[in-house]
Design a protein around this ligand. Structure first.
Ligand code: SF4
Length: 414
């Protein structure tokens, strides 16, 4: 059976894999709290659905009728369960803002005859990878056939911010990702549609953005989606859903059972703390202090290292003695060859230089063990012509090493 994913599933996994696990794998029962902004967006979607359903039947709802639909939606709203973010705006402000966004929409688009609406809230399933049986599912807000025969996918957004137009044009995946997926869906579900465009209408800001994504961009989006799905599959296979704590935890309804947040709640007296929880807090505190001291000591050591080096150079010595021991100083320029992992091309060039200059040496070193070849270069054991060839690959590396040696405590002699 095909595995089915949705835009919100992919997003939740990327925001926090642990939250995805609680939600989609363990189905942990929770009392769902919806933010008032999300709810306002849903209300607007429902009103616009009714507005265009009526339009499809040839009726244009008046502005008063449309706003009445909005008010009715709020009359039945579960206000006590809606989460209001921030302290400045109250629930009533969000309701008013949504209403004025709807008024603005009505004034801008009435009598709603730019193109013929052919479907509203259309559910679509579409394939991301046939061979692996991976599908996506989603809902298109509105489908419109324009006068020139092209089809438009309309997506309403009720977000706080909108990506800059230049950003969207430069990188359509940025803000268009979800809508672009619907262009893929349209291609599969209605192959006779011909040209398909997408239009995002930002209800809050009264702005819109239209685009027609080229096949190569759609291929990229399909590939990107496949990779996101495969990441979820790998997490399932390895049962590896790491928590990703951050600002979203403030809204997470699994916080009390989350392994990355539970102890913090205990320490802050928001959950009952037992003896083990208190011990955990003490240990964490001790470790944090030690780690901080270690960091301070490391930067003090780094600062004195340079001074030690200068002092040894001035004294022309390779060891500085203190009372409790001494420090041996290595301060030299070394030849460095490109590393095998970082520069494969340079490594191949070195091999062919050796092969060309001396096949026996190639057999001896380059074909088998470049490290030995580099040592031989360093020890000046290679023929001059080959040394010269290799010198073009060599860079110089300054190495400084300090080695400490402590005196044996008195009376500790064997
Ligand atoms: S509390 Fe934070 S880290 Fe834990 S599941 Fe929720 S979002 Fe993820």
């Amino acid at each position: 059976m095909a595995e089915q994913y949705s835009y919100s599933k992919l997003n939740q996994f990327e925001r926090c894999p642990q939250q995805y696990k609680f939600h989609y794998i363990e189905h942990v029962p929770i009392e769902r709290h919806v933010t008032i902004e999300l709810f306002t967006g849903d209300v607007l979607h429902r009103v616009l659905e009714k507005l265009y359903e009526a339009r499809m039947l040839g009726k244009v709802l008046t502005k008063e009728e449309t706003l009445a639909l909005y008010d009715t939606e709020w009359e039945g709203a579960p206000m006590s369960t809606l989460k209001v973010s921030g302290d400045i705006m109250k629930a009533g402000d969000f309701v008013k803002h949504g209403r004025s966004a709807l008024e603005n929409y009505y004034d801008t688009y009435q009598p709603f005859d730019s193109g013929k609406t052919i479907a509203v809230e259309q559910k679509v399933d579409f394939t991301i990878d046939e061979a692996r049986g991976l599908k996506m599912t989603g809902r298109i807000d509105r489908l419109v056939r324009r006068e020139d025969g092209t089809v438009e996918i309309i997506d309403y957004k009720y977000t706080r911010g909108i990506p800059k137009r230049q950003e969207l044009e430069r990188n359509p995946q940025l803000g268009l990702y979800q809508t672009a997926l619907y262009q893929l869906a349209a291609k599969e579900n209605w192959p006779d549609f011909g040209d398909v465009h997408i239009r995002m209408i930002y209800l809050r800001q009264g702005e819109e953005f239209s685009a027609r994504l080229e096949p190569d961009v759609l291929d990229e989006i399909r590939e990107q989606t496949l990779q996101r799905i495969l990441a979820i599959r790998r997490a399932k296979r390895d049962d590896d859903f790491q928590p990703s704590p951050g600002p979203i935890c403030a809204w997470c309804q699994y916080v009390e059972i989350c392994p990355a947040k539970r102890h913090e709640l205990m320490v802050n007296d928001e959950l009952t703390a037992d003896e083990e929880a208190k011990r955990g807090q003490e240990l964490a505190e001790r470790y944090l202090v030690l780690a901080q001291e270690e960091k301070i000591a490391k930067s003090a050591k780094d600062a004195i290292k340079e001074q030690i080096l200068n002092s040894a150079r001035n004294l022309k010595v390779t060891r500085l003695s203190g009372i409790r021991g001494s420090i041996g100083i290595t301060d030299k320029e070394e030849a460095e060859f490109p590393s095998r992992t970082k520069d494969r091309d340079a490594e191949l060039a070195i091999s062919s230089a050796v092969k060309e200059a001396d096949f026996d040496l190639f057999e001896l070193y380059a074909n088998l063990n470049l490290r030995e070849l580099y040592k031989a270069y360093d020890r000046e054991q290679l023929p001059e012509a080959l040394r010269e060839k290799l010198s073009q690959f060599v860079t110089s590396k300054h190495t400084v090493v300090l080695r400490t040696k402590y005196n044996k405590p008195a009376g500790d002699d064997d």
